[in-house]
Design a protein around this ligand. Sequence first.
Ligand code: NAP
Ligand code: ZN
Length: 360
Amino acid sequence: MAQETQNHTLTVSGWAAHDSSGEIKPYTFKRRENGVNDVTIKVLYCGICHTDLHYAKNDWGITMYPVVPGHEITGVVIKVGCNAGKFQIGDRVGVGCLAASCLECEFCANSQENYCDQIQFTYNGIFWDGSVTYGGYSNVIVADYRYVVRIPENLPMDSVAPLLCAGITVFSPLKDNGMLGSPGKKMGVVGLGGLGHVAVKFGKAFGHHVTVISTSPSKETEAKGRLGADDFIVSTNSQQMQAGKRTLDFILDSVSAKHSLGPILELLKVDGTLVTVGAPDQPLELPSFPLIFGKRSVKGSMTGGIRETQEMMDPCGEHNITCDVEVITPDAINEAMDRLAGNAVRYRFVIDIAGRISNL
Ligand code: NAP
Ligand code: ZN
């Protein structure tokens, strides 16, 4: 049992990594009591994002152990603070990457809390009361209502969960780069994993021609079939890469490991834009020539704001867009993490927290 912060009296069962082996074990800890701005949520499902793996293994050197990962959380409100009246007990809600921000800067004022320089994340962050934040691999979470979104009634709580990170992380740069309301663009998605497969679905829903650029030839049939991609380029196949040169308007790169952006940039038309959302622990290679010869741009993007998370959720409800998930019990988290590390998931693991049948 850790964390002796004042007002942290709510005992919660969860799962944590305790060292850089990344092994996840049951962990009992304390959360804050529901405050005036909080809702308490019974967690139903939590997706396993590759970021969880980066943190569990301390890939980025910033992990505060024990770390309770999880920022793709769906659940039901069980307690409501007096300022949080927009939510009611029983509401179906989601929590993503954000736990707190200053609420005063230009970014917070514009619901771009994700770019507030005092941003605190759902786990491995430091909340205002000095406590370390713990994520959704746990049966209950207390969240400031300003970072909670509603889940459309018609969407299943398991396959919707990854929209809270994977979904918004790809929706935000699509919106930011003029890919909403302008159908018919040539869009590339690099890395067909948790983020990438949602990007393909959004790209098709927004009316674009979508090309997947992948290291895994075995993903082609599904990409073009179930996910609806128009083209598939195997990035290690030089003929396919050559044939794809200067064909794309926009590329979203979601690769979790170090790679060179050079050959990928060659796929962009002149003046095209590549947005990277992947967060490898090593710097990406960025050779000058493909940049300068094509007047191309490389940008980054970090999750999304709360308003745009709701903005993403609502059309997902209307068009029934959810994620392709494999639901597991908590006792299978370590196996799932190993498979995620080995690129063997189609396309997101989601932990069934509430219905768990074992204690690891
Ligand atoms: P994921 O499910 O593991 O997908 C990553 C994909 O990258 C894999 O499916 C694979 O696709 C490709 N890949 C893996 N290793 C590769 C390698 N060595 N070379 C080339 N391609 C490789 O991971 P995810 O959950 O989508 O997350 C992807 C990355 O985004 C992670 O680094 C994560 O931390 C980061 N992330 C960032 C944000 C943000 O706010 N910017 C939010 C969430 C996640 P193919 O088999 O198709 O090649
Ligand atoms: Zn994530």
